[in-house]
Write a protein that binds this ligand. Sequence first.
Ligand code: CP3
Length: 354
Amino acid sequence: MAELQNDRFLRALLREPVDVTPVWMMRQAGRYLPEYKATRALAGDFLSLCKNRELACEVTLQPLERFELDAAILFSDILTIPDAMGLGLYFEEGEGPRFKKVIRTEKDVEALKVPDAATDLDYVMNAVKEIRSELKGRVPLIGFSGSPWTLATYMVEGGSSKDFRHLKKMMYAEPQVLHELLSKLAQSVTNYLNEQILSGAQAVQIFDTWGGVLSGDMYKAFSLDYMRKIISGLIREHDGRKVPVIMFTKNGGQWLEVMADAGADALGLDWTTDIDDARRRVGGKVALQGNMDPSVLYAQPERIRQEVADILQRFGTGNGHVFNLGHGIHQFADPEHAKVFVDAVHELSAKYHV
Ligand code: CP3
């Protein structure tokens, strides 16, 4: 395997010194890029794109051709696990993900099988191997999964939701059923991430997109505890290098202190928490990733640069910052503005790393 030429992303996650602040964007491969839309059209649909080793690799690398990103992220989706559990994932044009089967009862949960990551999700592992080979050591590759709670929202609701009616009913009315579901998911996620690491992922991120819709006690019991369990079961060193773990709970800013104790190397932050405040609160236990509002990319270049400068100044000097957006890049973002963002991070951060 080619030697890694740019390891700032891995170093920053481990709070080691870097020359400039590394940067990548959540959802950096996607519909805001015309070349992504062209490749997706070739594949037919989104899931076929995920399952095609060469095309999944191609779209993973597309943003790296345009921007000086410090990491690549596997092109896939968090819903591959419930799909492999037999729920029948499909995408309704303009409506997001849907499942043919939903999980509502104890019987439904009991019937679920923990997938064998190496065989049932072999297409994901093949994509990881292909991408690592094509990256030729340019930058590290990030693998990822959804958190058990976030996966459960889709499995129980049957798709995207605004109020999480069925899942929250299960949580309060039949908590033991939900715990059983989350345990199976935690086991599935652990196996899945470990298999990605063995296939070549050099860091992993757990996306807890919906943890922030819970009260504090419920967040700890139904989301954080399962992520902690996963993290404690992950392979943390592979091929002679540490494999850092990033935990991202959207809207989780009020729980940073407990999140910092969950065993992750870094916490992802959305833009609703000030990064200087977050840094004080995690007390040097973890690195921080984030946290520009993706909507800033709708503004003009000077405004984007100003926002980057402001976040860098808030974080200040010292190690342990990976720049990112606070959530995925929007499909209507201008790729030229994404370039302004990425370049600004490198240019304006040098003075904080002397
Ligand atoms: O970051 C990357 O570039 C890697 C690819 C990636 C995708 N999904 C591709 C994708 C990643 C990391 C994800 C994670 C994901 N998927 C999450 C967690 C991250 C987050 O955004 O909070 C969630 C909640 C999902 C579930 C999911 N997949 C939804 C809700 C949707 C529909 C979104 C939409 O905008 O329509 C998807 C589809 C999806 N996943 C797309 C992409 C590029 C769009 C599919 C298309 O091409 O039409």
